[in-house]
Design a protein around this ligand. Structure first.
Ligand SMILES: [Zn+2]
Length: 81
C-alpha cells in the first residue's frame, strides 16, 4: 500500500428526479446502502480512494443520515407492480 491515498468528502445528496427513479435497475443499486439515490450515497460520510479504487468507506451512524433520499427495493417493487 504505497500508492498515495486521498480522501474525498461526499457531495451533498440531492433529491431523486422521476427520470432517475424510472432508470433504477437491480444492477444500478448502490453497494453501500442497498438502495437507489441521486448521485452520491447519503449513507457514506467519507471515502478513501487509492487511484481509482475505493480503499476505505466511513458511514454515518444509522440514525444520522437522510433515509428519505434513498429509494429502497421494497418501495420500488411496490411502485412498479
Ligand atoms: Zn447508497
Amino acid at each position: 500500500m504505497d500508492q498515495p491515498a486521498y480522501q474525498r468528502r461526499m457531495p451533498r445528496p440531492t433529491p431523486i428526479s422521476s427520470e432517475e427513479r424510472a432508470s433504477f435497475t437491480p444492477e444500478t443499486k448502490c453497494r453501500h446502502c442497498g438502495g437507489w439515490h441521486a448521485r452520491s450515497c447519503p449513507r457514506v460520510r467519507r471515502m478513501v480512494m487509492t487511484g481509482e479504487a475505493i480503499t476505505e468507506v466511513e458511514f454515518w451512524p444509522w440514525d444520522e443520515w437522510p433515509h428519505d433520499l434513498v429509494v429502497w427495493p421494497e418501495a420500488l417493487e411496490q411502485e412498479r407492480s
